[in-house]
Design a protein. Structure first.
Length: 362
């Protein structure tokens, strides 16, 4: 790897305490988005909001597909490389390692998927991740990857899902589940969101195509702290609607437009067919009243309090109250956003044209 450029960004990361699997250090909720790096700034509106655009110097054909933030460092999956940025200083470097998608455990590990290969990296030196384990997983073109509580889940796309147990002590990846019939029997599982949902309990929320790329559902699968399958609760059927396509950028790996986020006992699903956010009460599996939007959302994030939503036909980030569904404010000046993340002071947007856009919140 080599230092390619410097830019100057200042971000703070909110930590949310959750269960730990192999150490006494509390886990942190991670903020996901997609990326791309250049620096520029411009005034946004009457409030003179300053927007910083970060574009990569080296990028794949479709740019970067996903990014995670761990303890002040950003790690982005960028086709043949992982791009790394220290948020406090703007220092940037590249690690030569193929990555279509990326997820993390904020106690000090990132995980990538490239085709059938899954990799685990530890972060003793945050600017130089060390590959410590690999695994093999079925990875279709719309296969998602997500981790929490020592369960690493690969949705598989049109292929089989696989689940790995990981550890920070003598780091390893161990396959615990190779295929889950209730997930794999459907047309496809283009994405998965994994969250700690109880004491010693991890739930994988699979976004599922249950027929003809026009019928959609969320299939929860519950694992214990050892990544062992415990139960498969009934799925929640979402709004019907044919995916308009095409199956290309911005609808590439890591951002198929049925993305979800877990917050306070509810799953919020950015669903193109509903033209809004569908809300699932996780305990009952019931759909609650949806949040309508004037565009098709593609991705959703949270800072632990609010929701942040982007859509490919919307040129701003909508900040949404998760209780009322009201749009609190709309920020930014975007082009083709595909991912979003936020903390207390900043919003990060992955834009297929502009790259990574950092919008100060205050």
């Amino acid at each position: 790897m080599s230092l390619k450029s410097k830019s100057y960004i200042f971000l703070l990361v909110i930590t949310t305490f959750v269960i730990s699997c192999t150490s006494d250090t509390a886990d942190e909720e991670l903020l996901l988005s997609n990326t791309t790096i250049d620096t520029s700034s411009q005034d946004q509106n009457d409030d003179s909001q300053n927007q910083i655009v970060i574009k990569e110097l080296i990028r794949g054909a479709d740019g970067c597909t996903n990014v995670v933030i761990v303890d002040g460092y950003a790690y982005a999956a960028c086709d043949t490389q992982i791009q790394i940025a220290e948020l406090a200083t703007g220092a940037v470097t590249m690690l030569s390692s193929a990555a279509d998608d990326i997820t993390a455990d904020s106690r000090g590990a990132i995980f990538t998927q490239s085709g059938a290969t899954v990799r685990m990296f530890t972060l003793e030196d945050p600017m130089a991740p060390l590959q410590v384990a690999t695994g093999t997983a079925d990875g279709g073109p719309f296969s998602g990857i997500s981790a929490a509580g020592c369960s690493l889940v690969i949705s598989g796309g049109v292929l089989n899902t696989r689940v790995f147990r990981y550890s920070f002590e003598a780091p390893y990846l161990e396959l615990t589940t190779n295929g889950i019939p209730i997930v794999d029997q459907e047309t496809g599982a283009p994405d998965v969101h994994v969250a700690i949902t109880g004491a010693g309990e991890v739930t994988a929320f699979y976004s599922e195509d249950i027929g003809n790329v026009a019928n959609w559902a969320i299939q929860p699968v519950v694992f214990n702290g050892a990544a062992e399958l415990q139960s498969t609760p009934a799925r929640t059927v979402l709004t019907q609607g044919s995916f308009p396509g095409p199956f290309g950028a911005p609808f590439g790996p890591a951002n198929f437009p049925v993305e979800s986020e877990f917050l306070d006992g509810r799953l919020y699903v950015a669903h193109f067919a509903a033209q809004g956010i569908e809300v699932v009460d996780v305990a009952s599996g019931n759909l609650l009243s949806p949040f309508s939007l004037p565009y098709d959302p593609i991705n959703i994030g949270t800072d632990g309090e609010s929701l942040f939503v982007v859509g490919v036909t919307n040129d701003q980030v909508d900040v949404i109250d998760p209780d009322s569904g009201n749009v609190i404010e709309s920020l930014g000046n975007l082009n083709t956003p595909s991912g979003v993340a936020a903390d207390a002071t900043h919003i990060a947007v992955a834009d297929q044209l502009l790259g990574l856009v950092i919008i100060p919140r205050n």
